[in-house]
Design a protein around this ligand. Sequence first.
Ligand code: PRP
Length: 209
Amino acid sequence: MINIALPKGRLGEKVYSLLSQIGYKCDEYSKDSRKLIFSDVNGTVSYFWVKPSDVAVYVKLGAADVGVVGKDILEEYEPDVYELADLKMGKCKMCVAARKSFMDDTSAPLRVATKFVHTAEKHFATVGRDIEIIKLNGSIELAPVLGISDVILDIVETGTTLKENDLKIIGKVSDISARLIANKASYKFKRNEVSAVAEKLKEAVKGYD
Ligand code: PRP
């Protein structure tokens, strides 16, 4: 039996669809169900639907042997898990963005609004810029518009949110995509099952570039 934590939402459904095609199908699965756990009849695989930002917690603590999580979460929380495969889905970029009129005043700390505090601290330490973090939980793009921050550090997918709020990208921090992660003990003691999922998924996403 292998336990797989999937992020609730579109990405998780896409990954489940892929897993079902490569031998991990569950007859119990229903897109509209509110059930959070489902298993196949032969007892070979069990799925948990969890909040995307919690996947790494379930995997780290061993409730799930493997899971699917965005690279943004791995960079922010640096969980003690193995990263086994790039699933080449859920692609986006971590960026620094600002109002179109933004000019950096290097005599003062840069006010950075973000939910990715650790990522922001690492990034601006690398470029040697003093910052002051404004921690928000969503609608980050509002902060520079209302003047409570100079820039934001956030995920950009289509660029629509930036565009519609008159913001522009001023720097890319990293490329983001969904990753398959594994619990360290599962990787050791369920090596065959865990490796099989990883290898089959890698094969299935080969052409996704
Ligand atoms: C994310 C991200 C941006 C937006 C980017 O927000 O924080 O706000 O998507 O997507 P786009 O480039 O395609 O416009 P999310 O929808 O997760 O909501 P949030 O405001 O709660 O973070």
